[in-house]
Design a protein around this ligand. Structure first.
Ligand SMILES: [Cu+2]
Length: 464
């Protein structure tokens, strides 16, 4: 058996120092493992048909062994420790050292053989979500194959017939295994590399966990009440930025393996959905959007020209999906004057704490968190707290970003006169009562009554 260098001439170096090798049995391909959650550079194909490799956000692509014209991959299902963001690690199940597992990249028409070794304490299988394949390779435990028992290795083999965007995940004790992070991305590139060509091709999965603040292991009996919303098992500010060159054609492929839909929203640009679960959309069927909803089990590829320089937010538009788990039972008290009231309320509402009476001050709120727990909304930008968590990152568009350079260029330097600024002239006139629809609207500042809203999340702090 030859060494990994022989299999992946040149490519191994690009994967970086984080990649270590784990030798399998004599007849098995090696199963590389990744020991970091950092985004790895694209992995150009060392052999086989040419293609333009993708970049997995906070992930990596799995090298293969070419064996008589067959691309052989080795996935190891195993317990992993995944850093969700600096300051929080989770005990998950994944593949080859990380959750999600590595992205598998092949070319339309490739014959693919995937060895799957089970190092979990229970049986598993892998379903190749969206693929055309022989029925017995579909990976549904009990229906198309027996479960892969602990310690055993199964082989899947099929021709990647349809180009497009796919996912893989177990079809065995699914609720537990997916709640524990077992999933990965799959891209089948078109046979002709100039077809659907883009300058940057980012991929990641949407996933969700229910990890009680202060603990490390997801609650796997959860059906809807998840509290940690992630891109590729990372939560903001742990999600890397997507760094592109001005006027690049950019594709972002997203697969949803959570139990709810996610309206994915891009700032500053319009995009088109160029790919779905079933393949490429016809050009005449596309329309411009700034948000696209990605349903459960769906994949979407969006494309746009990054022609506006800057740091553009890219996030799920459900505001509770851009928050991390709440560490406490926290009532919302926007609009409340709590001078002298906090003490009284705390007698009525256990665990009461002042959460900002002006709205939106949670990002700067100092509160003691249990160990291994992320602040709900955090991250710092050049102008202060970003007050986000969960499914949020930034598209950085730069004129001087080099082609093929994925390094973070730092914060955008706005040209003079292009940043919103504070009005320093005459202050606004005092708010007066005015008539609206025949009804008097007393201004809050003049009113003896202060509207009090206390909305207290109950029990477990999930966000649907
Ligand atoms: Cu969402």
């Amino acid at each position: 058996m030859s060494s990994r260098r022989d299999f992946f001439t040149g490519a191994a170096a690009l994967v970086g120092a984080g990649l270590v090798s784990r030798a399998g049995a004599a007849t098995l391909p090696e199963a590389p493992v990744m020991n970091t959650a950092a985004t790895q550079p694209p992995l150009p194909p060392p052999n086989g048909r040419p293609y333009n490799p993708v970049v997995t956000l906070n992930g990596w692509s799995l090298p293969w062994r070419m064996n008589n014209g067959v691309k052989e991959f080795h996935l190891i299902a195993e317990p992993v420790v995944r850093e969700i963001a600096p300051g929080m690690k989770a005990n998950l199940w994944g593949y080859n050292g990380q959750s999600p597992g590595p992205t598998i990249e092949v070319v339309e028409g490739d014959r693919v053989r995937i060895f799957v070794t089970n190092r979990l304490p229970e049986h598993t299988s892998i379903h190749w979500h969206g693929q055309r394949l022989p029925n017995g390779m579909d990976g549904v435990t009990g229906l198309t194959q027996p479960g892969i028992q602990p310690g055993k290795t199964f082989v899947y083999e099929f021709v990647a017939r349809r180009p497009g965007t796919f996912m893989y995940h177990p079809h065995a004790d699914e609720m537990v295994q997916m709640a524990m992070g077992m999933m990965g991305f799959w891209v089948t590139h078109p046979k002709n590399p100039s077809q659907h060509r883009v300058d940057r091709d980012f991929v990641f999965l949407l996933n969700a966990y229910d990890i009680e603040p202060g603990s490390y292991t997801p609650r796997v009996n959860e059906m809807l009440d998840f509290n940690l919303w992630t891109f590729n098992s990372r939560a903001f500010p742990g999600i890397d930025t997507m760094n592109v060159r001005l006027n690049d054609r950019v594709r972002i492929r997203v697969g949803n393996l959570t139990m709810t839909n996610h309206p994915i929203h891009l700032h500053g640009h319009e995009f088109e959905v160029t790919g779905t679960d079933g393949g490429w959309t016809r050009p005449e069927s596309r329309w411009p959007e700034v948000t696209t909803d990605v349903g459960v089990g769906q994949m979407r590829a969006i494309e746009f020209i990054a022609d506006e320089p800057g740091d553009w937010a890219f996030h799920c538009h459900k505001s509770h999906h851009t928050m991390n788990a709440m560490g406490h039972d926290v009532p919302t008290l926007i609009g409340v004057d709590h001078r002298g009231v906090a003490e009284k309320i705390s007698k009525l509402v256990p665990d009461y704490m002042v959460m900002g009476d002006k709205g939106g001050s949670m990002g700067d709120m100092e509160m003691a968190l249990p160990d291994n727990t992320l602040p709900m909304m955090t991250g710092h930008g050049p102008f202060g707290g970003v007050e986000m968590g969960g499914m949020f990152t930034v598209l950085k568009v730069r004129k001087d970003q080099k082609a093929g350079d994925y390094k973070d260029p730092g914060w955008y330097r706005h040209p003079p006169g292009t940043v919103a600024y504070e009005w320093k002239g005459e202050p606004p006139a005092a708010v007066r009562s005015r008539s609206a629809g025949g009804q008097a609207m007393p201004a809050a500042s003049n009113s003896p009554e202060v509207e009090v809203t206390v909305r207290k999340p109950k029990g477990h702090q999930g966000h649907h």
